[in-house]
Design a binder for this molecule. Structure first.
Ligand code: NAD
Length: 487
């Protein structure tokens, strides 16, 4: 499908109670192509009233959906997965248009994001309780699993499909209903996904989508409504903290997938070819705009010059441009604010003594592009060692021994993921035990997988998405004691 045909076919309204409809205030918000600055579409801009209407619908649909046989729920998820495969070219193109990632990476996200639909369609029929005697032998203990209730999902702009399926699929699998609010910068993919669920036969009200330019005003009444039983958020840590505070009075179940500041440690015994390949992926995938992006390259002093030379050479070969163009591997940053932030982080590091070996500056518009950058000799105290860069900037610091590397890696309030490169098995095992992160790549640069429990330690979040754990974020257990029937 051409870009124009695809955009013309995307729903632009709110999806509430199984119907597509305008916002009550009849307002719209523009969605931009970050590669050109042009408007792709105007979509409904919900007000708080619309948000509450979406929760009404999710609440109304809950009892029936919770009672729907697991096999039926599983089949709908599986059908949605199949429809996504049929439409994968359209979904990939849509993500490239609204978010900017290169088309090949958008296809990668369709595969990854789609997998949550298949994984949780399979998990749906495996939710089980247990039955057994209590230790005293006086009774029988029964443990059953129940959906938590209507859920509110808030997602970021950087992985428009995967962040939505990672929440919707386990919620629906567990028997919960959902209101989802995608990021205002990339809402089209979620609207498209909702239309696939509709086509797959999902009953009205089980999934509701609200798009809005006033996230805080629309979200707050939903979160404070006692009918809501679960809040699942992916985004920045400061917003996550604010939402946790809002969730506290209702003692809401919460899942928080928050920011990262991943260390990427290269020991002197690493396979350098592999480490360089992995560095390119861990840093430049998604234009550096991933919570799992390597933020601090911590490289042994004896190989730092060689590592720097090799990554610089590779970065010089990266082609920057619109994600739809052939051979492009670096698209635009999401908006002008991201350009300002990346520029100020690079300027700060340089002012403190770092050397730019390639890139280092924003590229003139149209579009919001930043030249892929390598910084060597980054000095302690530089802002980009403390903050998520969220841009295509590879920052290198050096270490002398293993303890030093661990201390540097752990000296952050975040704990999402770490990457370690060593050919020494015992050292690799020590790193597994010593690094304070919820996930780790040992000699690999990408860890995400629908079958794995994705999530962070420390300020990187609460709860896990994917894996065997993912569905339990949307289930609550009930323990019942009965008498010993033989007593
Ligand atoms: P963000 O926190 O600005 O926004 C995330 C979502 O929250 C968006 O939908 C936004 O509209 C909404 N939002 C913002 N303020 C709100 C408020 N007061 N009330 C309700 N909703 C509000 O984050 P972003 O810029 O969209 O995404 C980038 C961040 O997300 C980075 O920090 C990144 O590390 C993190 N992230 C984490 C993971 C993970 O799994 N840990 C995955 C992807 C992104």
């Amino acid at each position: 499908m051409s870009e124009q045909d695809l955009l013309a076919a995307i729903p632009r309204q709110l999806f509430i109670g199984g119907a597509w409809r305008d916002a009550v205030a009849e307002r719209t918000l523009p969605v931009y192509d970050p590669a050109t600055g042009e408007v792709l579409a105007h979509i409904a801009d919900a007000s708080p009233e619309d948000g509450v209407a979406a929760l009404d619908a999710a609440n109304e649909a809950f009892a029936d959906w919770a009672e729907t046989p697991a096999r039926v729920r599983a089949d709908i998820l599986r059908r949605t997965f199949d429809l996504l495969q049929e439409r994968k070219d359209d979904v990939a193109l849509l993500m490239t248009l609204e978010m900017g990632k290169p088309l090949a990476e958008a296809h990668g996200e369709v595969a990854y994001g789609g997998e949550f639909l298949r994984w949780f369609s399979e998990a749906t029929v495996h939710v089980q309780g247990r039955y057994g005697a209590n230790p005293e032998g006086t009774g029988r203990m029964i443990v059953t699993q129940h959906p938590v209730g209507p859920c509110f999902a808030i997602t970021p702009w950087n992985f428009p499909l995967a962040m939505a399926t990672r929440k919707i699929a386990p919620a629906l699998a567990a028997g919960c209903t959902v209101v989802i609010k995608p990021a205002e910068l990339t809402p089209l993919t979620t609207l498209f996904l909702a239309s696939l669920f509709e086509e797959a036969g999902l009953p009205a009200g089980v999934l509701n989508v609200i798009t809005t330019s006033t996230s805080s005003a629309v979200s707050a009444p939903i979160i404070s409504d006692p009918r809501l039983r679960k809040l699942s958020f992916t985004g920045s840590t400061p917003v996550g903290v604010k939402l946790l505070q809002q969730a506290a009075p209702g003692v809401l179940r919460t899942s928080m997938e928050l920011g990262g500041n991943a260390p990427f440690i290269v020991f002197d015994d690493a396979d350098l070819d592999n480490a360089v390949d992995a560095a390119m992926l861990a840093k430049f995938r998604n234009i550096g705009q991933a919570c799992t992006a390597a933020n601090r390259f911590i490289v042994h002093r004896s190989i730092a010059a060689e590592f720097t030379r090799r990554v610089t050479e590779r970065v010089q070969q990266l082609r920057v441009g619109r994600g739809t163009d052939d051979g492009v591997s670096i698209g635009p940053l999401i908006d002008a604010r991201a350009i300002d932030k990346t520029t100020s982080l690079v300027d700060d590091a340089v002012a403190r003594g770092a050397t730019v070996t390639v890139g280092g500056v924003a590229i003139d518009g149209p579009g919001t592009f930043f030249a892929p950058t390598v910084l060597s000799d980054v000095q302690p105290g530089s802002d980009l060692l403390r903050e998520e860069i969220f841009g295509p900037v590879l920052a290198i610091i050096t270490f002398d021994d293993e303890d030093d590397a661990v201390r540097l890696a752990n000296s952050t309030e975040y704990g999402l993921v770490s990457y370690v490169f060593t050919e020494n098995l015992a050292r690799g095992q020590r790193m597994i035990e010593r690094l304070q992160t919820g996930m780790m790549g040992l000699n690999v640069g990408v860890v995400s997988n629908a079958a794995a429990p994705f999530g962070g330690w420390k300020l990187s979040g609460l709860g896990r998405e994917g894996g065997a754990e993912g569905i339990h974020e949307y289930l609550q257990s009930k323990y019942t004691l009965t008498a010993n029937p033989f007593a």
